[in-house]
Design a protein around this ligand. Structure first.
Ligand code: DX5
Ligand code: ZN
Length: 233
């Protein structure tokens, strides 16, 4: 498993939901070559969210094409029966949704027990009160800034205040705050200033580029990073 070596520096995590589904390996290599810090893998089951993407087999297939962190976002319910399979597939981080079942504490224990960093994902309608009792169980908290299921949606601005409060709650604990949905050079500064350090972006990274022409991926990644870092100066 990749050593995350905790740091709050801004990390850009392109979501392969916006990539060419017929070319995932090459797309992962291209975004890393163009500056991606992590690769965000959106797993959807058509039950927890109204969309279906891919599962452990796809994660295992793309693992050899990812040098850095494979950040697996499970938008599935139930979660527990599949944790081992995603860990074996090579996930470095596995995030589960607080809303996916009644026993999130046990789920986070199982993710760490499988040798992965544990992430807790919160839908836009979910408050942070419950997080207070899970801070010793998580390495990352993913704040959804869209309703999960699809890329290309509009950023939900009300979540910026949630990020700020979460950052206060976390204090100096080594817990990443990840933002997922509608991140682009316009919204990245808002969440970076509020305390986020991992910025997931699908459409804002992949737009205009392709495996054959990856330069736009690098331009898009640099634009998001620059906008976020400018907000921290
Ligand atoms: C949505 C996914 C997000 C999404 C982000 O359910 O969790 O990661 O792919 O896509 P954009 O950046 O296009 O909003
Ligand atoms: Zn995601």
């Amino acid at each position: 498993m990749t050593d995350l070596g905790f740091s709050r520096r801004i990390k850009i995590a392109p979501s392969i939901l916006a990539a060419d589904f017929a070319n995932f390996g090459a797309e992962c290599r291209a975004i890393e070559a163009e500056g991606a810090d992590w690769v965000h893998v959106d797993v959807m089951d058509g039950h927890f969210v109204p969309n279906i993407t891919f599962g452990p087999a796809t994660c295992a297939a793309i693992r050899p094409h990812i040098r850095g962190v494979m950040d697996v976002h499970l938008m599935i319910a139930p979660v527990d029966p599949y944790i081992e399979a995603f860990a074996r597939a090579g996930a470095d981080v596995i995030s589960a949704h607080l809303e996916a079942g009644p026993h999130i504490h046990r789920t986070l224990q199982a993710i760490r027990g499988a040798g992965c960093k544990a992430g807790l994902a919160l839908n836009p309608g979910t408050g942070i009160e419950d997080v207070a009792y899970l801070l010793d169980m998580v390495d990352l908290i993913c704040v959804m800034t869209v309703n999960p299921g699809f890329g290309g949606q509009k950023f939900i601005a009300s979540q910026v205040e949630k990020v700020r409060r979460l950052r206060e709650m976390i204090g100096d604990r080594p817990i990443h705050i990840e933002i997922d949905g509608g991140v682009d050079p316009g919204t990245a500064p808002l969440v970076a200033e509020a305390g986020a350090d991992v910025l997931v972006a699908g459409s804002a990274v992949f737009k205009g580029g392709s495996v054959a022409n990856p330069a736009p991926y690098g331009e898009n990644i640099r634009a998001i990073r620059a906008a976020a870092e400018a907000a921290l100066r």
